[in-house]
Design a protein around this ligand. Sequence first.
Ligand code: ATP
Ligand code: MG
Length: 578
Amino acid sequence: MSQTATDDAPSIPSSGDGAGPGTDFIRAIIIADNATNKYGGRVHTRFPPEPNGYLHLGHAKSICLNFGVATEFHGKCNLRFDDTNPTKEEVEYVDSIREDVRWLGGDWEDREFYASDYFERLYEFAERLIVLGKAYVDDLTADQIREHRGTLTEPGRESPYRERGVEENLDLFRRMRAGEFPDGARVLRAKIDMAAPNLVMRDPTLYRIRHASHHRTGDAWCIYPMYDYTHCLSDSIEGITHSLCTLEFANNRELYDWVLETLGVYRPEQTEFARLNVTYTVLSKRKLIQLVDGGHVSGWDDPRMPTLCGLRRRGVPPQALKEFCSRVGIAKVNSTVEYAMLEFCIREALNETAPRLMGVVDPVKVVIENYPEDRTETFDMPLHPEDPAFGSRKVSFSRELYIEREDFSLAPPPKYHRLAPGREVRLRYAYMITCRDVVKDAQGQVTELRCTYDPATRGGRTPDGRKVKGTIHWVDARSGVPATIRLYGQLFAVPDPENAPEGETFLANLNPDSLTVRKGFVEPALAAVGCGKTVQFERVGYFCKDRDSTEDNPVFNRTVTLRDTWARIVRNAEGQGA
Ligand code: ATP
Ligand code: MG
């Protein structure tokens, strides 16, 4: 790790351990541009989300790239809301995006921009295109425009309105703005080439009529500019040097360049990189909205969601996401990354930062028959076994305790080193206990373990040097706090959720067992950690205290287990076996 995660947002690091600038093709382009002095040594990027949903893991990649290169090359990165669609955008999304970018360490200083701030200038540019004979008002309907567009193998057909004169176009466009026509009645189109091999260049629509209120401009406008037209001009206005976007915009680059060159304004360079895809999840706001609206999750910040707010609520530190993005790297070809790699990065980050405490997720009671009923003693336990800087806390011990149900076996298989009838086990940092008797209910379910302890083993040491292989965690029943513990599995049951059975959508691939709720017990110091704090339940996993917690019912979300499947995958790939 190049940086330690803290509760404060650390700045976006460079491209990872030991990897300096220039390790991917985008950084190579920037270095080359600086060498030729193309932009006078300036590097200015932007992160341009559309405020129509919450940011997800894919956006983290874009944030790390845009803010990352700006930092590395001593440049700047703007936050720009691409808010040209009045009907799908909301202030709630703007607020969440700001919070999420900041959480990841993106610092846009005072450069928070909105495409809607440019509406007046974009309108003036459009009139200029009309005057240049490079744009016209078309009366065809949306369906007719589609029919005229042609296909990859056939050229399109020109609209009968294509040859309107400049004066007529200006008049109609002004009347469009003045609200004289209903939605869909007319559009403004670029006049390029209906036979262009690139369909994007077949007289693309620049403006449409939409009588709708906008979250910032209110009812000032009833015509709204299209994304392709808005984006390049916004980049130009802001003096962006490197406009980085995902591969699906490769075809749009020609239009990006055409608009700016035709208007004769400053032109940044658009460069495309591969989208991030991750197994067992979906990274598209449109699909994530369906999960929220359909009640398949509790909200945008459900800890199973791949949204940044969901990951945050799950207890994932921003440093883990930055490390993940750095490991994924920047490529020109789309691919899918294993979810296990994300978990690996989360464990790596938390291993350094999370204190260790004890909590029992699936409790079974232990009664220590030879321990006095009225006695309580306390042990001083370190909060991190390898890092004394974490300090310690006091943990009390008395006659009744809880241990994890799976740490006891009636018929222990070979190599089972935990508790079983007649066997001895070490209670972490406390005493050795031996199981003497097992109490079951009518269904045969174990309800209580009757044990004895060896007072000579205080602190978990064996004075006679006898071997006790197993060490298990525990919670004192007298002082332990009941807790709700949410165990999360994958949100989808299959690695590629988009690949749904015929006639079904990705929703058919939802994992019905993605959430298990348990009633457990935690030591008081664990119950008292702050909301949003991620800790390790020793031997169990990393957990984050949730905001649903109340005084007498702390709630913990499992961030990730301790099982490292990714390290195993890597070892196997390297041929070293598990
Ligand atoms: P979605 O499909 O989820 O709606 P989008 O691309 O429409 O995503 P925007 O808000 O327009 O979302 O994206 C803002 C920036 O984030 C864009 O530059 C976009 O290319 C980038 N981005 C979005 N999704 C990904 C992804 N999966 N991987 C990398 N970058 C992404
Ligand atoms: Mg989009």
